[in-house]
Write a protein that binds this ligand. Structure first.
Ligand SMILES: Cc1cc2nc3c(=O)[nH]c(=O)nc-3n(C[C@H](O)[C@H](O)[C@H](O)COP(=O)(O)OP(=O)(O)OC[C@H]3O[C@@H](n4cnc5c(N)ncnc54)[C@H](O)[C@@H]3O)c2cc1C
Length: 389
């Protein structure tokens, strides 16, 4: 087994993968950024050879990948799990604003997430603007989770004067699954959020504290901000955008059968996670289910058996709605609700917040990383025996 990863070093002098779902709570002042990562040496299976180098291109017809140094590696089977690229540069002035304006922050990158809580604490009233870029993005709930956390902090802080929340989203709805959108719309109304649908951030002029959005009809809407949380544009990695190897679809996502995770052309190539063409919400939760199917199908591939087509699109988005409540969205392909518990998960619940804050990180580091977690489905006969949704 050979595993490649980038050369970058983390602040503990080791390669440092992160559990990104925690960054919502880092931005909300509930966790330290360092607590979201672990040195990769702790996680690497003993049987694996770790090549600390980026892949620069794929030659699937020759069962080969090329590394940045120019050397090549051959494989019998290849799993592509390279994530996606954050494209802050796709929004004019966003990088400058994130560097120079203390009022501008973004939970999506470790480079900027530490700006979020100080910006929340410095806000003393006025207009707080939150953005949601064109789809697909990872964790489509995260752009609004930070709004609800910030709102809860500001409501309880007597030094904060009058303020207006504004959520500008590329989407025509607050959330893509009606069951969860219903609970979120109640919040939008009770918290008097100015919800601008089909408004995409295109420019930030931090010298004038101005954010500009393109509306569906092409017109520009602009507003001043006293706090701005940016969710960046997102796209396939450069290695896929420039890929002439047929690994990707026209948009640059690794093209796989979304039920078996096998590549649509090369039968010894598999894809998992954010880099793939799978039509479900890009989340770590989705990967918990995908990786179980991936492992099973890799074994089947090596044993020359028929692959299982079992992935149902399971994904989950813990929609944190305050500093201690959460709507736990769980759904599959086509937005089919797939809740793991018998509770109505469309409601705000403290128990679901604890699940997001404590249980899921534990599952991620202690179970999933050791191959002991295949998503919540196997437990469902116990936790939701009558399949209430
Ligand atoms: C703020 C935020 C909140 C989120 N909240 C949630 C949540 O509540 N629940 C949830 O389930 N998900 C959440 N997510 C989404 C979740 O973190 C991602 O969907 C998940 O990390 C995707 O995993 P991945 O392995 O596909 O990609 P990544 O985690 O991005 O990993 C890709 C890996 O590939 C490596 N790589 C890249 N290029 C190369 C190359 N050329 N060669 C070799 N290696 C390479 C990268 O360095 C990285 O280690 C959130 C994400 C963010 C940013």
């Amino acid at each position: 087994m050979i595993f490649t990863s980038p050369r970058e070093k983390g602040d503990r002098g080791d390669l440092h993968p992160c559990y990104q779902p925690l960054w919502t709570l880092v931005g909300g002042g509930q966790f330290n950024l360092a607590d979201s990562g672990k040195p990769i040496s702790c996680l690497m299976p003993k049987s694996a050879t770790h090549v600390k180098e980026n892949v620069s291109s794929f030659q699937p017809a020759e069962n080969k990948i090329t590394l940045e140094s120019g050397s090549t590696l051959n494989y019998d089977a290849l799993v592509v799990a390279a994530g996606l690229e954050l494209n802050y540069a796709g929004i004019d002035g966003a990088r400058e604003a994130l560097k120079e304006d203390a009022k501008v922050c973004s939970n999506y990158s470790p480079a900027y997430v530490l700006k979020t809580f100080p910006a929340i604490k410095s806000f003393k009233g006025g207009k707080a603007v939150f953005t949601f870029p064109p789809m697909p993005i990872k964790c489509p709930g995260a752009p609004q989770k930070i709004m609800w956390i910030a709102n809860d902090i500001w409501k309880k802080d007597s030094s904060v004067g009058e303020y207006q929340l504004e959520f500008n989203t590329f989407l025509p709805v607050i959330f893509g699954v009606p069951k969860y959108a219903e609970g979120l719309m109640k919040l939008v109304e009770s918290e008097n959020v100015n919800l601008n649908r089909q408004h995409t951030l295109v420019e930030v002029d931090h010298l004038s504290s101005l954010a500009k959005f393109k509306k569906e009809d092409g017109e520009i809407y602009q507003t001043n901000y006293d706090f701005l949380h940016i969710t960046p544009n997102q796209r396939p990695l450069g290695i896929f955008r420039e890929d002439e190897s047929q690994l990707t679809d026209a948009a640059g996502w690794v093209s796989v059968n979304e039920k078996s995770l096998q590549h649509s052309v090369y039968e010894n190539v598999f894809g998992v996670g954010d880099c793939t063409s799978i039509q479900t919400s890009k989340t770590a939760a989705a990967i918990t289910s995908q990786h179980a199917i991936l492992c099973d199908n890799l074994n089947k591939f090596f044993n020359k058996e028929k692959l299982a087509e079992d992935y149902d699109g399971y994904t989950s988005c813990p929609l944190v709605t305050s500093q201690n409540t959460c709507i736990m969205a769980e759904f599959g392909f086509g937005g089919e609700v797939m809740e793991s518990t018998f509770l109505n998960q469309g409601k705000n619940r403290y128990s679901m917040y604890l699940t997001k804050r404590a249980a899921i990180p534990f599952i991620y580091w202690q179970l999933m990383m050791r191959g002991l977690w295949a998503g919540p489905k196997p437990l469902k006969p116990l936790t939701n025996p009558f399949n209430w949704n």
